[in-house]
Design a protein around this ligand. Structure first.
Ligand code: HEC
Ligand code: HEC
Length: 236
């Protein structure tokens, strides 16, 4: 009994200790994202999608990551990311024309990347490389583009609502003469077609609290505008 209690205590201590030391290593792991900014951004643009300029010093980092990932030779797909990371770790310290995946013209325009030896440690390059292929990939790129599109639609939708005076009769959250746009979104969230139709044709007596007030028709609106506006209402 005494012995098993001792073992239990020892185990608990061991667990506590390893938990602590794990936390310590986690805290000591270099931050790939911050390092990429401080060590590589002076030449490589880091935005995704990238901002390119005619006098840029190096290809944008997204292009580098996509490029390396596409061109690296591996025998199984599972090796793609580890091999790409290994390539970057080597290239940063030992760049050569032969190793570069850049075509001849780009190499001539940019010049070969200067070796970064002495500017950062191997661990730091590894953290950067891990972050690169975790961040700059097809999946994240598509996600960002999709978010941008939603944001753009929201902006265009709101502009249309203001331009057409919708907000003089509808609040976003508050009802005015007409129901609030969030109440409309609630009712028609699976039926944006009905929203388009009512904007185009007008509406009456669908909302009791509007007491027979009439929603004017907006016949002049194009289908495109109706779609964007309905989508914007659904987002509320
Ligand atoms: C002084 C400017 C400069 C800095 C700083 C710099 N690079 Fe580069 N890098 C370049 C240029 C120029 C090229 C394109 C020519 C080439 O492939 O060598 C390049 C190319 C690369 C390539 C090869 C791309 C390919 O398609 O073959 C990798 C990988 C790379 N850089 C990673 C990094 C990382 C990671 C950092 C930060 C630790 C960094 N670079 C910092 C200038 C720089
Ligand atoms: C003059 C005031 C007024 C203006 C301007 C107005 N609405 Fe309305 N809207 C109403 C009223 C009142 C109702 C409630 C009608 C009802 O009970 O069917 C309504 C209802 C709606 C409905 C719900 C219709 C349904 O089928 O349930 C939508 C969608 C709508 N409005 C969108 C808009 C949009 C978009 C604009 C701008 C292009 C706009 N409204 C401009 C007064 C207005």
């Amino acid at each position: 009994m005494k012995n098993s209690l001792k073992t239990f205590l020892a185990l608990t201590l061991l667990l506590l200790f390893t938990a602590c030391s794990q936390e310590k290593t986690a805290r000591n792991t270099p931050d790939g994202k911050a390092l990429l900014t401080s060590k590589c951004a002076s030449c490589h643009n880091l935005e995704m999608p990238p901002e390119t300029s005619p006098d840029e010093l190096a290809p944008p980092m997204m292009a580098v990551a996509f490029h390396v990932y596409d061109f690296i030779k591996v025998s199984t797909p599972a090796e793609k990311v580890p091999s790409s990371i290994a390539f970057v770790k080597d290239y940063v310290f030992n760049p050569t024309k032969e190793k570069s995946f850049c075509d001849e013209k780009s190499l001539k325009d940019y010049g070969l990347m200067p070796s970064q030896k002495g500017k950062l440690s191997e661990d730091e390059v590894e953290a950067i490389a891990i972050y690169m292929f975790d961040h700059y990939n097809q999946e994240n790129f598509l996600k960002i583009m999709k978010q941008r599109e939603i944001l753009r639609n929201i902006e265009v939708g709101e502009r249309l609502a203001r331009k057409n005076g919708c907000l003089s009769c509808h609040g976003i959250k508050k009802k005015k003469m007409g129901p609030s746009f969030s109440a409309i979104a609630q009712r028609y969230k699976d039926n944006s077609k009905q929203i388009s139709e009512s904007i185009s044709l007008g509406s009456q007596d669908r909302w009791r609290e509007s007491r027979h007030a009439k929603m004017p028709s907006f016949k002049q609106m194009t289908n495109e505008e109706l779609k964007t506006l309905s989508q914007w209402i659904i987002e509320q």
